[in-house]
Ligand binder design. Structure first.
Ligand code: ZN
Length: 432
């Protein structure tokens, strides 16, 4: 089985759960991911806790929800699709006319066959989402009254999140962060958590000699990072080299990223470099077009070096936040592409430098066995690259700086740099 098919299998397993920012849906989803990553800890923040300017809301749970006609037929039913209920709806159990009901219905006239995803976390209300086609049909029905029932609870509980720390040989950190609060949509948002789980497993199992410490978070969007930052902001500000939010990373369309607020952090530079070389047709969005958890990580006073990696950017694809964002929209190849992009970025940061040449003046390559003793053209290019790498290894230029100067891919320099480190000519500093 390919890694893409395996990730798609996880997306398929998690799809039916009715997630929200709190409650049993996200709890069960985190437990599922914990089976892949048993080292992941699940932490909670109590309802009512102040996190900066926000308050952790009551925990929301749902058992059942439907609109039934006078004949007892359920015309809209949660068991058919979790998107049918406005996420965080307060409970209701009443009979009402269609006109009264209609005020609490949500549909998309432009996409008459799609059920929209609507939330109301911080304003108490109730509502149903349905296709515009069904809404029009109900309008024509002879039934005069509908039984509207939403069986939800809003009680004191917890906002929970998953945290996995994979220690490296240094305390310098890379953050991977994704959100896990949307019900039954695949690209936004199961692609992020499932790709991130696969990357975490790869780091744990196949990168034992990692230099960086990896902080890997599965949160509810917005309130999750705020609650996490409330607890860990200083540590992150002290240690974070680069961070990536993973969102909408499983479809087969173009790659894209939202830059950090400054647009020039290590995270931005690495993603930009990799995408330019591997996927020249990608889209770069400025922080002005932000929309996911980069909003919190890059806000003034937080200022972490974080950008968001995506394929189709949230809010730009027609399937976004509708029932059309389904298990066919994300594909094994789309997910695998997202997974490989993240791996490439992390791999480059591990080796990024800056490096420092340990000799004064150029090192004597042939004494060290680094100079080829035959004059093939190919060998000459390699020597030239090696000499250029040494010439700029002043403790200030990292591999991206040097690769951009040489107009090559920084990953070509990684092997050369390793060789020079092994020969005692170069010394690696960690990115600041
Ligand atoms: Zn979303």
């Amino acid at each position: 089985m390919t890694i893409g098919s395996e990730i798609h299998g996880w997306v398929t397993d998690l799809f039916p759960l009715c997630r929200s920012i709190t409650g049993d849906g996200i709890r069960e989803s985190l437990r599922y991911l914990q089976r892949i990553l048993p080292e992941m800890k699940i932490h909670g923040v109590s309802s009512g806790t102040r996190v900066f300017d926000w308050t952790v809301p009551l925990e929301w749970n749902i058992k059942d929800a439907f609109i039934a006609n006078e004949g007892g037929e359920r015309v809209v039913d949660l068991s058919q699709n979790n998107l049918h209920v406005v996420n965080y709806s307060e409970p209701i159990d009443e009979w009402m006319t269609f006109e009264e009901l209609d005020r609490n219905l949500h549909s998309l006239p432009d996409q008459p066959d799609a059920v929209p995803y609507v939330t109301s976390y911080y304003r108490r209300r109730w509502g149903f989402c349905l296709t515009h086609r069904l809404r029009d049909q109900l309008r024509q029905e002879p039934f005069r009254r509908y039984h509207v029932k939403i069986d939800t609870t809003l009680e004191s509980g917890e906002l929970i999140y998953g945290e996995l720390i994979l220690p490296g040989s240094t305390s310098r950190e890379i953050l991977l962060s994704t959100y896990l609060c949307h019900p039954s949509m695949a690209n936004d948002n199961l692609s992020g958590p499932c790709v991130q789980a696969a990357v975490a497993r790869w780091l744990r199992d196949f990168v034992p000699d990692r230099r960086m410490t990896y902080r890997i978070l599965f949160l509810a969007e917005t309130i999750g990072p705020l609650a996490y930052l409330k607890r860990h902001l200083e540590t992150l500000q002290e240690n974070l080299v680069a961070g990536f939010v993973l969102a909408c990373i499983g479809d087969d369309r173009r790659y894209s990223f939202v830059a950090s607020r400054s647009g020039s952090t290590t995270a931005d530079r690495v993603v930009r470099h990799i995408l330019r070389h591997d996927h020249p047709d990608h889209d770069e969005y400025s922080f002005v077009d932000r929309g996911s958890d980069e909003r919190q990580y890059c806000s003034p006073g937080v200022d972490l070096p974080v950008c968001t990696l995506m394929r189709s950017k949230f809010d730009t694809f027609p399937e976004y936040h509708t029932s059309k964002d389904d298990l066919a929209f994300v594909t094994p190849s789309g997910l695998e592409g997202g997974y490989r992009l993240v791996r490439e970025c992390l791999g480059l940061i591990e080796e990024l430098g800056p490096y420092r040449c340990r000799t004064i003046g150029e090192p004597h390559l042939s004494t060290r066995g680094l100079y080829p003793d035959f004059g093939l053209r190919d060998s000459w290019t390699k020597v030239r690259t090696m000499m250029n790498l040494l010439a700029y290894s002043d403790g200030h230029h990292d591999l991206i700086d040097i690769a951009d100067l040489l107009e090559i891919d920084a990953r070509e320099l990684v092997v050369v740099a390793r060789d020079l480190v092994d020969h005692g000519v170069l010394e690696l500093d960690l990115p600041s």
